[in-house]
Ligand binder design. Structure first.
Ligand SMILES: *[C@@H]1O[C@H](CO)[C@@H](O)[C@H](O)[C@H]1NC(C)=O
Ligand SMILES: *[C@@H]1O[C@H](CO)[C@@H](O)[C@H](O)[C@H]1NC(C)=O
Ligand SMILES: *[C@@H]1O[C@H](CO)[C@@H](O)[C@H](O)[C@H]1NC(C)=O
Length: 458
């Protein structure tokens, strides 16, 4: 296979440049950027063809990309399916991911990563205390780990935090986290990896949530929006599923849009939605999506069965593989909207949408400012004590867009929104961050093995 020749060449050149045979992040990967309402790989439109990768299921917390062997085993399957993207729901930020991330890069596969874990996340039951500096340290430390990989495609700042009308009161916190992650990458001089939210399959406020994440100043707006959609149940069609109406409703929306989970399993799946999703009836508005999910779990959405480390294809694997192989991307630019841009904030419409249209957001909790200057330090990982009632909360709200708490250390001056994303991402290709990565990784490893995870920031 061509990939292995390339891999060998890369390893050789990387080690000769760096003198030490450390694993470094692959530098020859083309980072994905945002233009208008679409993703681009260089000058080519990029459509996600992905799966949600969550072996162990949603109830068993695991980091599938910290284990290089199982990761490489599964990459063979991803390649067989014809994928270019995987989504991972949680990573242990005390662990190293170089080997898996580089193997993914060699296979041409990008990562969409949720920065949260069950213990480090916004709590929809009581959001204010959970938005604190201990929480932000975790997610910033995750960004520190993954910003160096050019095949990190995007970060999810939240996943299904809002799951009905009443829980929409949590939306300002989700938006604040999105703002903070973007500001953190600017302050740390990282590539501006796109940040957005993954919304639950909730019809009653999907459009408001999307509009809310794209209203206000450029500093607080997302770089994309994603939602889960299980409404196409085979056998179905563009019209029967209602996807035609969603395309209509999202036409004119100024951010890239994709499905963060799809693949209704009510009936035998034929993945007929794939032909629609990558056709010009949708690509003016959508940029592909992620099939739920790679491995068979109790919820019965799996493409493969994993047992004692052995992977077996299920019927759905063949159905999806066949659907992908029969479906090319549209030629040209797929009819994307080159303008993009903000929309007005949605009006309050309770009980479905219970958020003020004045767009007040909590300021970033003050102690988190130091991470902007010094980096977040060691991530506490899955064994950390959790953040939901820890640290210092936000003390006021702001409509200014910047999350600056007024301590004067926040760097938000270079903010200019999604057009900025494109330029920064392109510029990121030239930043020689590669040479710094091994030293940084080495240091983290030494410090965490001496001190132990989680001690530093308690
Ligand atoms: C599209 O928007 C209309 C008008 O706001 C709404 O009634 C309808 O439910 C939406 N359809 C879908 C599929 O989201
Ligand atoms: C393109 O996006 C802009 C900004 O959201 C919007 O105003 C415009 O109507 C869109 N154009 C089309 C053809 O959808
Ligand atoms: C800030 O906004 C949140 C969410 O809208 C609200 O619940 C909270 O009371 C506000 N806090 C202050 C200090 O105004």
């Amino acid at each position: 296979m061509k990939g292995s020749t390339i891999a060998t060449a890369l390893t050789l050149s990387a080690s000769s440049v760096l003198a030490a045979p450390n694993l470094a992040a692959r530098d020859d990967v083309t980072a994905i950027t945002v233009k208008g309402n679409a993703f681009f790989k260089g000058n080519e439109r990029f459509y996600m063809r992905g799966v949600d990768y969550q072996p162990g299921g949603s109830s068993d917390l695991a980091d599938p990309i910290a284990d290089a062997d199982s990761c490489k085993r599964d990459i063979e399957k991803f390649t067989d399916l014809g994928l270019n993207t995987i989504r991972v729901y949680s990573v242990d930020n005390s662990k190293d991911h170089d080997e898996c991330m580089n193997a993914l890069a060699d296979a041409g596969i990008y990562l969409v990563l949720d920065v949260n874990t069950p213990d480090y996340s916004i709590n929809r039951e009581n959001p204010a205390p959970s938005y604190n500096d201990v929480y932000l340290q975790y997610v910033f430390a995750t960004v520190d780990k993954f910003a160096k990989y050019k095949n990190t495609l995007a970060f999810f700042s939240g996943n299904e935090v809002i799951n009905d009308g009443p829980s929409s009161v949590t939306a300002p916190y989700v938006k604040a986290v999105t703002r903070d992650l973007r500001a953190y990458m600017r302050a740390r001089d990282y590539r501006q990896i796109p940040v957005g939210y993954s919304a639950a399959d909730v019809d009653t406020n999907r459009l408001e949530m999307a509009e809310y994440m794209n209203c206000g100043t450029d500093e607080e707006r997302s770089d994309f929006f994603a939602f889960n959609d299980y409404s196409w149940c085979s056998p179905s069609s563009f019209e029967t599923s209602g996807w035609d109406q969603k395309v209509k409703n999202f036409t004119g929306y100024g951010l890239p849009l994709f499905l963060s989970e799809f693949g209704c399993n009510t009936n035998t799946r034929d993945f007929g939605e794939v032909a629609s999703l990558y056709s010009t009836e949708m690509t003016g508005v959508y940029s592909g999506g992620l099939v739920y999910e790679y491995s068979q779990e109790p919820s019965d959405y799996g493409l493969v069965q994993i047992k004692n480390g052995q992977v077996t294809d299920l019927d759905d694997f063949d159905a999806l593989k066949s659907a992908f192989s029969k479906t090319d991307d549209p030629s040209g630019d797929g009819g994307y909207n080159k303008t993009g841009g903000a929309n007005p904030c949605p009006a309050r419409n309770s009980p479905n949408w219970d958020v003020d249209s004045n767009d007040d957001l909590p300021v970033m909790p003050a102690p988190a400012q130091e991470y902007f200057d010094n980096g977040a330090g060691d991530g506490p990982g899955f064994s950390g004590p959790g953040s939901q009632n820890a640290g210092t909360q936000s003390t006021s709200n702001t409509t200014s867009g910047s999350g600056d708490s007024g301590t004067g250390t926040s760097s938000s001056s270079s903010a200019s929104g999604s057009s900025d994303t494109t330029e920064d991402s392109a510029a990121g290709l030239r930043i020689p961050s590669l040479t710094m990565a091994p030293a940084f990784v080495g240091l983290v490893t030494i410090v965490s093995s001496m001190v132990g995870a989680g001690v530093i920031f308690i």
